[in-house]
Design a protein around this ligand. Structure first.
Ligand code: GLC
Length: 437
């Protein structure tokens, strides 16, 4: 069994740390300007201009079942959809606002269709809910708000009541966790309570006291006792969420030093929301390596898709999902039910290791394909059988020395030398599956 002990979590994380791989979906009115989900902030777009997106939002090609099919084929076992992003627009039929998808030409509860379709495909269901809301009349203008540069911004702030907004969030979280069945993940985003040079004298950031996070989280857990909640409401919960960077070791709690349950969230390109003209799309190799690297450090990967305003994944996103589908079809055994390899195993150069949580299988992921042999110290005497994972073809090995004119190498009792074909197999990242004694 895995020897790693992680910090206790309030929610049920067992399925999560087994399934390892999820789909993040950033979808909202911002898909219409198609210039990043922060476009209203970046361009300080006036309300009247942004309302045009509300008036014309009509995802007539939206088919949640197709989304779910692609997510499942890619090997993703859960999904997290933006029910409301910073723009404040609700992708669900909320009784507490008119700023919702059912009041647009879409005319339907998009969250409902997402939940039904992804649940039907057997995926766990997650909701992203933005604590930030640039539309709500009680949300105080601050350094991130699109109205921050308005000449009368300070005046606009008069009368805004953060307590009323915190209550609005509790009401909507109640709707989300009551009306859509079992929800497995609640993904709040994000707190910025530290003072900042961008704060005008009358501005302040926002954190757990503004969100009334303790009440909000207690409410969520009363409605869905098993739910997993991230820590971006500024109170440690189930999930740590490194974003747009790749950890190189298992994350630890900064005070206690405990290993934590963590999930790296990343984008296919340079934007979470659909961004038509953004071109920094990750290579196929990078996509696979990010997934493997994450699991090799004991974490999950939540990889994001930004659907178009017509309601479909564009060609680039579909191609990226296909990269995952093709690799996971043959290699998911090194991901599902796996975690960081035991401390006794040290990855050879250009390799990443994962190990089944029952301790019986070790997976060697070849990030750079070695010439003819792979030397692995610390494995001698521990291997019952070894094969390529993708085609189950045997990988032979010798122990103690390099058999092929290796006389100049010192004998090494813990050395295993795997013999590899000269030609790299047809896999972005070939995997050696080692059955341990
Ligand atoms: C950051 C971005 C937000 C995105 C989130 C995803 O908070 O501001 O747009 O939804 O990352 O983790």
């Amino acid at each position: 069994m895995s020897s790693y002990i992680t910090r206790k979590t309030p929610g049920n994380t067992a399925w999560f740390t087994h399934d390892r791989f999820g789909m993040f979906i950033h979808w909202g009115l911002y898909a219409m300007p198609a210039r990043h989900e922060w476009v209203k902030n970046h361009e300080c777009i006036p309300e009247a201009q942004y309302d045009k997106y509300f008036r014309y939002f009509n995802p007539d090609l939206f088919d949640a079942r197709e989304w779910a099919r692609q997510a499942k084929a890619a090997g993703m076992r859960y999904a997290v959809l933006t029910t409301k992003h910073h723009e404040g627009f609700c992708m669900f039929d909320s009784a507490y606002t008119d700023y919702k998808c059912t009041n647009t030409p879409a005319g339907r509860d998009l969250v409902r269709e997402y939940v039904d379709a992804f649940r039907a495909e057997g995926l766990h269901i997650g909701f992203y809910y933005s604590l930030i809301d640039w539309h709500h009349p009680d949300f105080p203008i601050d350094r991130l708000h699109p109205r921050r540069r308005d000449p009368d911004a300070e005046q606009q702030n008069k009368g805004r009541d953060m307590r009323r907004y915190a209550e609005y969030m509790r009401n909507q979280v109640t709707e989300l966790l009551t009306n859509y069945g079992k929800i497995d993940v609640l993904w709040f985003d994000f707190s910025y309570s530290q003072p900042d040079a961008a704060d005008l004298p009358w501005m302040k950031g926002k954190g757990k006291d503004d969100w009334e996070s303790e009440k909000l989280i207690a409410l969520a857990r009363s409605l869905q006792p098993e739910i997993m909640i991230d820590n971006r409401a500024e109170i440690d919960q189930d999930l740590w969420t490194p974003e747009q960077w790749q950890p190189t070791e298992w994350l630890r709690h900064k005070e206690t030093g405990e290993l934590v349950t963590w999930e790296a969230c990343q984008t296919f390109s340079g934007s979470w929301g659909y961004y038509r003209d953004e071109s920094t799309w990750k290579s196929p190799e990078m996509l696979i390596r990010m997934l493997v690297n994450t699991v090799s450090c004991g974490g999950n990967l939540l990889m994001n898709v930004g659907p178009t305003a017509r309601g479909y994944f564009d060609d680039r996103a579909q191609a990226a999902l296909k990269v995952y589908a093709d690799w996971m079809h043959f290699n998911s055994r090194s991901i599902y039910g796996c975690t960081q390899a035991e401390p006794e195993f040290h990855a050879p150069q250009d390799c990443r290791l994962t190990q089944s949580t029952d301790g019986k299988r070790l997976y060697i992921h070849l990030f750079a394909y070695p010439f003819a042999h792979l030397q692995f110290h610390g494995l001698a005497g521990k291997i019952d059988y070894a094969q390529f994972l993708h085609d189950a073809s045997e990988i032979r090995f010798t122990e103690g020395h390099m058999a092929h004119f290796g006389d100049n190498l010192p004998e090494s009792s813990d050395l295993v030398v795997f013999e590899l074909p000269a030609i790299k197999p047809p896999s972005l990242v070939p995997v050696i599956e080692v059955f341990l004694k």
